[in-house]
Write a protein that binds this ligand. Structure first.
Ligand code: SAH
Ligand code: DHB
Ligand code: MG
Length: 225
């Protein structure tokens, strides 16, 4: 694979300058993540804004995120919530959750967000047993090996019409290589296999280039029938 074209980042900068602008809370979040040694694998600035707009246009009141890291995408999703809305975000690493909690508070979003620390599958089982309000939007961005399990839980925990979004479903094209040595590829391919002719979901995936190189989002909507 060739290295990223520098124009991808230049165009992201142009998009941010014209459509989004500076954002002290998100910039502080990235600085805090770097200071804490978190890997820089947050969604990009335009992708974060896209998550916010999807939440808002879907009138989401209950959002689930799997994979919090330092809370960058959580801040974006929380901003897109309707009045009184709630975000539940799941994170394995207590250190990541601590950084995220602080970043969410600093961004003025803390009161809307619950961070559940632990294996996401365990937290998801807990949410299922609690039987709370179904989710309107689910953003999946944790370990790719478990994407199939996350789809199963997202379906059980969400209402008809809900939007499910999966990050990193292209991985510089490695997704089409069944022999790929990237350990994250088989989990992602399993997600696509599950969605092939799925009885309850309509799906697409959009390839993206930009500051986060060549990757993509997969989106699925639960049929309303
Ligand atoms: N959504 C974030 C980035 C998430 S990075 C953003 O855009 O800002 C992926 C995160 O998933 C990491 O913090 C990692 O610790 C977490 N993770 C990995 N495996 C997990 C698991 N089994 N359960 C819960 N979280 C997990
Ligand atoms: C990785 C994970 C992500 O969620 C992402 O957006 C980019 C990279 C990773 O684990 O390498
Ligand atoms: Mg990701």
């Amino acid at each position: 694979m060739q290295s990223a074209d520098p124009r991808w980042s230049d165009v992201d900068d142009y998009i941010v300058e014209h459509l989004i602008g500076g954002d002290p809370a998100l910039e502080a979040c990235l600085a805090a993540n770097a200071a804490a040694g978190l890997p820089p694998i947050d969604v990009s600035v335009p992708q974060g804004r896209m998550l916010e707009l999807l939440a808002r246009s879907n009138r989401a009141q209950n959002i689930l995120e799997i994979g919090t890291l330092g809370g960058y995408s959580a801040i974006c999703l929380a901003r897109g919530l309707g009045e009184g809305g709630r975000l539940v975000t799941l994170e394995l690493e207590p250190d990541h959750a601590r950084v995220a909690r602080r970043n969410l508070e600093n961004a003025g979003q803390g009161s809307k967000v619950e961070i559940c620390v632990g294996e996401a599958v365990t937290s998801l089982q807990g949410l299922l047993e609690q039987g709370g309000a179904p989710f309107d939007l689910v953003f999946v961005d944790a370990d790719k090996q478990n994407y199939a399990a996350y789809l199963d839980y997202a379906l059980k925990l969400s209402r008809p019409g809900a939007l499910l979004i999966f990050d990193n479903v292209v991985r510089e094209g490695r997704v089409v290589d069944p022999q790929s040595e990237d350990p994250k590829v088989p989990g992602t391919r399993k997600l696509y296999e599950m969605l092939k002719n799925h009885p309850k979901l309509d799906a697409t995936a959009i390839q993206t280039v930009g500051a986060k190189k060549w990757d993509g989002f997969l989106m699925a909507v639960i049929r309303e029938e």
